[in-house]
Ligand binder design. Structure first.
Ligand code: NAP
Ligand code: ZN
Length: 383
């Protein structure tokens, strides 16, 4: 067994830990840029609490609150200009994965005065972006610890992957997730599950990333239905925040896979939340990948307590467990039900099949025809 891995970032996890920003305030410089979404952190009070802490320690700030889900490159560039015009020295992202990803992109823009060539893979980062503190308010993306940012450019979700954009500090305070609605809990929770599963099945997986993946699955299986069912189940919300963190640590090493690749066009064209797109596709992708990953699928079945002792039966059972789990969460069964147009599938398959990175880490060789086959199965609900 050979593997090379790189773990980085400082993590604070705990109730009320938003206040940890005080402890690390010396890393913020004289003035920091707060990057957040349009509404939720204001409504929940998270933003004003953060601002109060910054005032306590005498750090000046500028608020950039224009981030929308699936952040577009224009917003990132605008945020980058605000950073430079105000001579900011650090960035605090508070919000969902979109705010954290936008903040990473803003960091890139602040360092290079451009971002598009990095998204297109024409240039590679060679210096660390300004100090970045990430404070997630959803439990799903793990972006607070990942080396990725996903930015929308010309109707495509493109990634920059580099340890140079990994946040220096991640502050995970479960209190900040209590305001999530049922749909946000479900979609972000299923995103964390997709990270854990795809991370395990990816060819980029290693024994350390697998540890985080199996543990995240156990937690999500137990706590996502509870977190979904009740807003004030603190233990469930806290556990889901932990699972999301674990899966984030995992995918920073393993990468994700074609579930994510195939989900992006659905999100861009139909506006489905990121985790929702992944969730609908997962059973169909994993059915396709089963011959290549039946051992790990069987391990999952056993970890969740449904093992029969027969490797192949247990691998098949894994797909059933996933579908039963979806029933609890009221998840749709196929793309047709969601009014996706069948004629779009070829266009999506064409786009996904061009992604070389996905092909490298996909456990089964995946051609255009394979991807179209999976989309069609997901469309008609064929497993
Ligand atoms: P999001 O797009 O950040 O937010 C979705 C919605 O949830 C927004 O309307 C947001 O409102 C609201 N929201 C956030 N926190 C809330 C809270 N505590 N209470 C109530 N509402 C809240 O959702 P996300 O799933 O966390 O992030 C998805 C993005 O992350 C996608 O762009 C995806 O591609 C990316 N992603 C990145 C990575 C990575 O490693 N970098 C991994 C997976 C996914 P406001 O807009 O008003 O704040
Ligand atoms: Zn994701």
């Amino acid at each position: 067994m050979n593997f090379t891995t790189f773990l980085q970032g400082n993590i604070f996890f705990g109730k009320g830990y938003l206040s940890k920003i005080i402890e690390i305030s010396k890393h913020l410089g004289k003035i920091t840029l707060i990057v957040t979404g349009k509404k939720s952190t204001k409504e929940s009070g998270a933003l004003s609490n953060l601002i109060d802490y910054l005032k306590d320690v005498g750090v000046n700030f500028v608020v950039f609150d224009k981030v929308e889900p699936n952040p577009d490159v224009n917003i990132v560039e605008e945020g980058g200009k605000v950073f430079l015009e105000n001579s900011c020295e650090s960035i605090i992202a508070i919000g969902g994965g979109s705010s954290i990803d936008a903040a990473k992109g803003i960091g890139v823009y602040a360092s290079y005065k451009e971002i598009i060539p990095f998204l297109l893979g024409e240039k590679a980062l060679d210096k660390k972006i300004p100090p970045l503190i990430a404070i997630p308010t959803t439990s799903g993306t793990g972006s607070e610890v990942t080396k990725y940012t996903i930015i929308t450019y010309k109707e495509r979700k493109l990634a920059i992957a580099s340890p140079l954009i990994t946040p220096n500090f991640a502050i995970l305070d479960p209190d900040l997730t209590l305001s999530m609605t049922q749909n946000i809990v479900r979609d972000t929770g299923v995103d964390a599950l997709s990270h854990a599963l795809e991370g395990l099945f990816s060819l980029g997986a290693n024994p350390i990333s697998d540890l985080f993946g199996y543990e995240a699955i156990k937690i999500i299986y137990k706590y996502l239905p509870r977190s979904f069912a009740k807003k004030d189940d603190y233990e469930a919300r806290e556990s889901m925040h932990l699972a999301s963190l674990f899966a984030g640590i995992q995918i920073s090493q393993s990468g994700t896979g074609i579930v994510h690749g195939m989900g992006y066009p659905l999100t861009v064209k139909y506006g489905f939340p990121h985790g929702f797109s992944n969730g609908v596709l997962m059973p169909y992708v994993f059915k396709f990948e089963l011959p290549a990953q039946y051992e790990k699928m069987s391990i999952i079945t056993n970890i969740l307590g449904f093992g029969t002792g027969n490797l192949y039966e247990d691998a098949e059972k894994f797909i059933e467990i996933l579908l039963d789990f979806y029933k609890i969460l009221g998840f749709p069964k196929n793309l047709k039900e969601l009014k996706v147009k069948e004629e779009d599938l070829e266009i999506f398959a064409e786009e996904v099949s061009k992604n070389e990175r996905l092909k490298r880490i996909s456990p089964r060789i995946t051609t255009y025809e394979d991807i179209l086959f999976i989309y069609k199965n997901a469309y008609f609900g064929v497993l």
